[in-house]
Design a protein around this ligand. Structure first.
Ligand SMILES: Nc1nc2c(ncn2[C@@H]2O[C@H](COP(=O)(O)OP(=O)(O)OP(=O)(O)O)[C@@H](O)[C@H]2O)c(=O)[nH]1
Ligand SMILES: [Mg+2]
Length: 382
């Protein structure tokens, strides 16, 4: 028997208020649904200055647990995952689960839902939640439509944070990752999903209800996260182009356990600030926009009375940015941020009167549009 059957990793950095609840729910799930299995819960921490360690250790659990400070010198969520994979593989773990430490909506059933498919041979489970229409702005406007339209798999939450996977996939990622890059930071989720998709691993989505966590306003300080996630994605789209440019059909990925729409966490975003940032971008980023975007797209977004970015235009902006990315990484990210805020502003306008479920349909349509327009990018990066 393997030393450890189920290895649950929790990345943390100053999560003293929320990590205790997460550990409690994980432990309940392990006992209730997998009583015969040997489990280990590991908090992989980035040197928290608050009481995260104490909060983690204070929870009484049936499963063994351990607090570790990760060794990779780059601070970030990816470094925390690297440690989890190395530790788990060393201990002969069969099944891995990772969950965020700022979760409020995790329940014991999550463990069952995430581990069961692995027992049947699935390599990777991505989460499927009901989210507020304005939560997940990088997911909705960039990662989902790119995974759908370019990598051709219908995975709704490619960077959802709460995943489960086989040891063989953990080993694959560990060897493949550049641990001095943004993969060591928030680039980790899109790195994981893109590489699982592009290398033939069997994937399922698991319905987890709603995601309640410390959600962030996109007009706030999302820049570092944006740079890490989008930079990682564009790098993969470019370097792995021979793996996806020839695809001509989107593969549906089964969603396990979906039972209707759950009302998600409430959230308010500052649409005015998004528009203000887009307007500012027209002045401050004019030079970068000119360098990065095609002539036609540049003319459209720079015109003074253009205050919206519809899906079609948005797909071309993203594709222009991907094709200019190599060698101009910083410039492309700087150029794209105000355009992304403009797209988010437009999305708010398009969906202001819609419920979360109706707004969701617009996101799916945009994924389909990225697929329809994909040759625009394929032609540019051939
Ligand atoms: N060890 C470590 N963990 C981190 C670091 N940054 C974030 N994390 C953890 O990674 C998880 C996700 O981070 P969040 O800040 O909640 O980001 P998110 O939920 O993906 O993004 P939003 O949707 O924007 O809220 C949490 O469990 C964090 O504690 C870090 O620098 N080091
Ligand atoms: Mg979070």
């Amino acid at each position: 028997m393997a030393e450890i059957d189920i290895f649950v990793g929790i990345p943390s950095y100053n999560n003293e208020k929320t990590i205790g609840f997460v550990v409690e729910q994980v432990d309940k799930g392990l006992n209730e649904y997998f009583p015969g299995m040997k489990a280990l819960i590991v908090d992989s921490d980035g040197g928290s200055s608050d009481g995260t360690k104490q909060a983690f250790e204070a929870v009484e659990t049936e499963a063994e647990k351990q607090f570790v400070l990760y060794k990779n010198p780059i601070p970030g969520k990816g470094s925390a995952f690297k440690e989890i994979w190395e530790m788990g593989l060393l201990k002969g773990a069969k099944y891995f689960v990772v969950v965020d430490s700022d979760l409020r909506s995790i329940r014991p059933e999550w463990i069952k839902k995430m581990v069961s498919p692995l027992e049947k041979g699935t390599d990777y489970c991505t989460p499927y939640y009901s989210r507020h229409k304005y939560d997940g702005t990088i997911t909705n406007q960039i990662c989902f439509p790119s995974t759908y339209g370019l990598f051709c798999q219908n995975i709704r939450q490619p960077i959802g944070g709460d995943f489960s996977f086989s040891a063989r996939l953990a080993d694959f990622w560990l060897k493949k990752g550049d641990w001095a890059s943004n993969v060591a930071k928030f680039g980790i989720d899109i790195f994981m999903t893109s590489n699982a998709v592009l290398n033939g691993f069997e994937i399922k989505q698991v319905f987890l209800g709603s995601k309640v966590h410390d959600a962030k306003d996109p007009a706030g300080n999302l820049k570092p996260m944006f740079e890490q996630v989008v930079g990682t994605l564009f790098g993969i789209v470019t370097s792995e182009r021979e793996k996806w440019t020839g695809l001509n059909e989107v593969k549906e990925i089964e969603v396990l356990g979906k039972n209707g729409f759950v009302e998600p966490q409430d959230l308010s975003v500052s649409a005015d600030k998004m528009l203000e940032n887009f307007r500012k971008g027209k002045e401050e980023q004019a030079g970068n926009w000119k360098d990065v975007l095609s002539e036609k797209v540049f003319a459209e977004v720079s015109s003074a009375d253009k205050e919206t970015i519809e899906s079609d235009l948005w797909s071309k902006i993203v594709f222009d940015c991907v094709s200019s990315f190599k060698g101009n990484e910083d410039k492309v990210i700087d150029a794209l941020i105000p355009l992304w805020l403009g797209r988010n502003y437009s999305f708010v306008q398009e969906t202001i009167d819609l419920g979360n479920e109706e707004a969701e349909k617009k996101i799916i349509e945009q994924g389909k549009l990225f697929f329809k327009n994909r040759n625009y990018l394929v032609e540019k990066i051939k």
